[in-house]
Structures are given as C-alpha cells and as structure tokens.
Design a protein around this ligand. Structure first.
Ligand SMILES: C[S@@+](CC[C@H](N)C(=O)[O-])C[C@H]1O[C@@H](n2cnc3c(N)ncnc32)[C@H](O)[C@@H]1O
Length: 174
C-alpha cells in the first residue's frame, strides 16, 4: 500500500475546528498514517480524533507545525511526492495513473488561501472537478482514487462495523 500522509495548511481555532476535524477523520478512514496541521495546536481536536481511533482502531497520528515550508521541504527530502489539492490543478482523472504507482505521497489541502509558492513547491497540483468546493470532499475523492480503500486495516479496533444492507451491525472486541 502507498505510504500516505496529509498536510493541512492553516488551522484557526474556532473557525476551522470542525472542518479540520473532518479532514483528520477522512485521512484516518482512508488509511493515511498521519496528518500534519499547520496552525495553532488544538487539544480538543486531538481528543476528538483520538477517541475515534481508540474505539475504531489504527495508529493515526496528528502533528502540528507553525512553519509550513521547512516541513514540506523535509517531506520532499524523505522522498514524499507532494500533491497539492486545488481547484486550479490538473484533474485527478489525469494524474491518478502516475500517482497510483507512487510509493510515498503527502497530500496538501488548504483552508484559507495558500501561498503562491505552494503551487511551485508541489510536485503535482491536482483538482477534483475544477470547481470550488471543499478540502474534505477533495481529500476523500483523491484518497479513494489512489487506492483500494476496502483493503485498509485498523489494528486493535474495539468496534468493528459489519456491513449490512439494512440496519446496524457491530462487533465489539473484548
Ligand atoms: C474552501 S477552499 C479555499 C479556497 C480559498 N478561498 C482559495 O482561494 O484558495 C479550501 C481548500 O479546499 C480544497 N479544494 C477546494 N476545491 C477544490 C477542488 N475543486 N479540487 C481540489 N481541491 C479543492 C483546496 O485544498 C483548498 O485549499
């Protein structure tokens, strides 16, 4: 499986709390090993996501940074391909063939406007529809296109959902 991480550019307390939390949940659910959040450290967000991981398993991690560029440069040195999601980019349908062969990918998503050098530092600028929408939706679509999401495993899950056509079925692990 591809080694996937997410870099979230910009997190403002109160204003971005819910959207950043949902970005974390999408990243976790689609098998990313961590999210790096550029912005203010947010203990409530960490607690919310940790409580999901405690119950549903996996080893998803959250890190915060105040300096976006050195972190992305470091990821490049570690051989991560930087994929910036932006409505101005090339369509994911065009980029996905090459990206699916890539072993290490860091997906960058914005909140407020990203600096213009994000476009040049990134190896790919990729779009989902070339229409303005949301980092949560763009992230989910791209992560689903890059891998077979049915193969993702969540170690030490206490709750496992049994897919069911009607109703709810869960298995509680002791
Ligand atoms: C709500 S948008 C912010 C747009 C911001 N006002 C700007 O001008 O860049 C937040 C993030 O959603 C993602 N996004 C929005 N629409 C997208 C699209 N069509 N394709 C890929 N990513 C998109 C981008 O990562 C963007 O930085």
């Amino acid at each position: 499986m591809t080694d996937l991480i997410v870099f979230r550019y910009g997190h403002r307390l109160l204003r971005d709390e819910r959207v950043t939390t949902h970005c974390c949940l999408v990243a976790r659910a689609f098998g990313c090993k961590k999210i790096i959040i550029h912005g203010m450290e947010d203990p409530i967000l960490i607690k919310t996501v940790q409580s999901i991981s405690d119950r549903f398993g996996g080893t998803f991690k959250i890190e915060f940074t105040e300096n976006w560029k050195p972190v992305l440069q470091q990821l490049k040195q570690q051989k991560y391909t930087l994929v910036h999601l932006t409505m101005y980019g090339q369509l994911i349908q065009k980029a996905q063939k090459k990206l699916k062969k890539t072993k290490k990918i860091a997906i960058i998503i914005g909140s407020q406007k990203v600096p213009s050098d994000m476009y040049t530092l990134s190896d790919y600028n990729v779009s989902v529809t070339n229409q303005p929408h949301s980092e949560i939706s763009a992230l989910a679509v791209v992560l689903d296109r890059l891998q077979d999401s049915t193969k993702i495993k969540f170690k030490k899950a206490k709750i496992k959902i049994i897919p069911t056509e009607k109703g709810k079925q869960v298995k509680i692990q002791k």
